[in-house]
Ligand binder design. Structure first.
Ligand SMILES: O=C(O)CCC(=O)C(=O)O
Ligand SMILES: [Fe+2]
Length: 439
């Protein structure tokens, strides 16, 4: 059943937190509200034809009053009067589109100004590409590749994944293991050598860097043109005045690196994190292809730490606007757009139950195609006092400097290494190019 579900988080085996972007820190557990569930069940029984995500939206806009929702529905649509649920019928979620307020969603009023659909402690499950594009910084294409090609890629990557490793990283003073396995892929032998000797990740060189497989290479070309089309659509329909964002590159997106993630069983996951921008630059776009078992990709908007209204809810700040769950079935391409890494966090949510996939069984394989930009090669970027190239981060939580970028020492994130205090604001031109890229 793909109806709205407000799940309780499994408490038994929470995903370990991160430090590497791929094995990131889980923010605190979120407590979901039972009474909202109860109200939703009540509304669902009154309005079996309205999907539960829509009912949730209506409930939120009515400040949680079931009565007010009932009145609003009957005044706005006389045909949708409360009635008994026909036996055996399920409240499938179709789309939020019919319930959008057209005034608040013209092409000139982009996501930046969108009204939060969710509230603290709530999870809204979205399925349709239109809803996902309208309410999250992502777009999705289902059935992306010809079915045989998706299966071939999956088979090839399942073999690869049998030798993937879990990474260890430092969390405060403890060394912990990532809650899933992963491996990094580049286009050529030459790039592979560079990765082993020039690019550092949290202060160390990667041990396991591989050349992309034949199927990955074929698919990379298809992902490239689809992502570029999605970027163009995004700019046209969602960004202010149909223009690219400040710091977003105007150049084509060219995937030249990929992390392949493998999640075996429902408890393997990845905690809330943002992807490192160090080699991608600001306003990065990532093309993420899902294969095998369907899993939930959850996103939540980051709320600044010193927002007054949150002063009394420190423990749930990470979840101040609730979260949105995007279900990623086999052969779907999710594009994380240019506003994603700076303003949102994402995760793969653990689940007690999975639907086995005919080829992958209990595994999900994910390929995140990325564009490593030449001007962000570590030979150009600032070095810290530890002598290692620094990491690029964006201020997300502190209101005063929110959206500013900084170069920082990575060593604090690496097992067995103490960090230095290196810090430098990062400057870019409007196209996201650093000062050293100027001719
Ligand atoms: O598995 C996914 O879909 C997301 C993986 C991810 O967030 C990452 O590789 O940074
Ligand atoms: Fe990520």
């Amino acid at each position: 059943m793909k109806a709205f579900i407000s799940q309780k988080r499994p408490r038994a085996s929470p995903p370990p937190p991160d430090a590497f972007e791929h094995f990131p820190a889980k923010d605190q557990d979120l407590v979901e509200e039972d009474d909202t569930d109860l109200k939703l069940v009540t509304l669902a029984s009154l309005y079996p034809d309205i999907d539960q995500a829509t009912l949730l939206e209506l409930l939120i806009s009515a400040d949680g009053s079931v009565d007010a929702v009932t009145k609003n529905i009957s005044t706005s649509n006389k045909d949708t009067s409360p009635r008994k649920r026909p036996s055996g019928s399920i409240g499938y979620q179709s789309s939020l589109t019919a319930f959008r307020n057209p005034k608040s969603e013209t092409p000139d009023s982009p996501l930046v100004k969108r009204r939060a659909l969710t509230r603290k402690g709530q999870t809204l499950h979205l399925y349709t590409p239109d809803d996902i594009a309208a309410h999250t910084p992502c777009s999705i294409t289902h059935n992306f590749l010809p079915p045989q090609q998706a299966d071939d890629l999956l088979k090839e990557l399942l073999v690869e994944a049998s030798t993937f490793e879990r990474q260890t990283f430092k969390l405060f003073d403890n060394v912990v293991q990532s809650p899933h396995s992963a491996c990094f892929y580049v286009d050529s032998l030459e790039e592979e050598k560079k990765q082993r000797t020039e690019y550092t990740y949290n202060g160390s060189f990667l041990d396991d860097v591989r050349q992309i497989t034949p199927q990955m290479r074929l698919v990379s070309g298809i992902v490239k043109s689809a992502v570029n089309q999605e970027i163009a659509k995004r700019i046209k329909h969602f960004y202010p005045n149909g223009k690219k964002l400040k710091y977003q590159s105007p150049d084509g997106w060219v995937p030249n690196a990929a992390f392949v993630n493998c999640y075996q069983g429902g408890s393997e996951s990845v905690g809330y994190h943002t992807d490192q921008l160090t080699y991608l630059g600001p306003r990065a776009v990532i093309g993420s292809l899902s294969l095998g078992v369907t899993r939930e990709f959850r996103v939540r908007k980051i709320v600044a730490r010193d927002d007054d209204e949150l002063a009394d809810s420190k423990s749930q700040r990470g979840d101040a606007e609730g979260q949105i769950s995007i279900h990623l079935p086999h052969n779907s391409l999710l594009v994380m757009h240019a506003e994603m890494q700076e303003e949102w966090k994402h995760s793969i949510h653990p689940t007690p139950v999975i639907d086995p996939h005919p080829i992958a069984e209990n595994k999900r394989i994910n390929v995140t195609y990325r564009y490593y930009r030449e001007s962000f090669h570590p030979k150009y970027t600032p070095r810290c006092k530890c002598g290692v190239a620094t990491v690029l981060r964006c201020v997300q939580r502190t209101k005063l400097n929110r959206g500013r970028y900084m170069w920082m020492c990575h060593a604090g994130y690496t097992a067995g290494k103490e960090g230095c205090s290196f810090f430098q604001w990062a400057e870019f031109d409007d196209d996201g190019e650093p000062p050293w890229a100027k001719k």
